[in-house]
Structures are given as structure tokens and as C-alpha cells.
Design a protein around this ligand. Sequence first.
Ligand SMILES: [Zn+2]
Length: 195
Amino acid sequence: MKLIDFHTHHESLQGEVVIQQGVHSWGIHPCQAAEEENYTFLYSREWMALGECGLDRLCQTSWDIQERVFRKQIQLSEELRTPLILHCVRAHAEMLALQKELRTSMPWICHGFRGKPEQMRQLTAHGWYLSFGTFFNEESVRLCPPELLLTETDDKPIAVRSVYERIAQVRGISVAALAAQMWKNYEKLFGKRSI
Ligand SMILES: [Zn+2]
């Protein structure tokens, strides 16, 4: 069974199915929001998801611009019926507030999730998917609802198999069982769209 890498900046290394940033997903990162605020989105059929986009308390971009650019992308994700891949640094409460205010209906995927179980519970209770990569809180991985858990390598030059092995070990399941769950989640997120 092929493994899925739900968010990566590189091409498939070992035959994995990849959602490659800049190819299958496209968005304005909060740290680049000032330069790209007026970018016009040219819809591409290759897109499976919009992002990564979001809010980042630690980057230089002013909060106003970050929020404006993020709101635009939330709106676009709703219009295009496309899931959102989120870059979220110390801004979970603000994002949850936006999700509520804008009454979004599309899936939100928090990529590179490293939070503790308490935050994991809060976000999954709001339907967020949590994508785990090379660094994660083991308790959060162990307790995350299987239907909302995803796997990624992000910008690390590694095959996603190593992430699967660690997550499977933490959850006490086989890599094959994890892979089967990831395919279920993939189909739920993207339907019949395929790469
Ligand atoms: Zn990334």
C-alpha cells in the first residue's frame, strides 16, 4: 500500500502519494503576507488544498495584514470547496474565533502540529485535522482521533515512511494499519480527486 504525505515541500522520494506545496496546494504564508497581499489567485485544477496559510505570532508581518490575507484565503477555500492547510503559530484561539465567525464548512488541516493533548482535544473537537511530522507530542499522537490524524514530512528531506513508523509505534498499531487509516482520511478529505 502506498503511503501518503499530506504536506511536503518536495517531490515523492519513495513512490509516496504526496501533496506537494506549490504544486497540489498553494497559498500565501503569513510570513510572506506583506509582499503578496495583492496577489491574484489563479485557480488551478491541480490544487487539492489551499495553503499553507494562517497566522503566526512570531513572524515579522503585521497582524492586520496577516489576518486580512488569511480571511481572503478562508473565503476562497469556501468558494472553491477546497480544504485549507493551516500554518498556525501561537494563534489557535484566533483561528478558532475566525472559524466560528465565518461559519466555515470546509476541512481545516493544522500542519506540523506539536501541541499538547489539551490543545489536540480542543482543535479536534472543532473538527480540525492534525497533521504530524518529525516533531510531535507523543501523548497527542497517541490520543488523537484516528479519523482526524494525518502524516507529513513538511520541508524535511525524508521519506514519509519514517514518520509512519514512529506514529504507528506510539499508537501501538502496524504501519499497514496506519496506512489504511490515512487512505480513509485522504478519501474523506479529497473525495475522488487524485494526484
Ligand atoms: Zn510547510
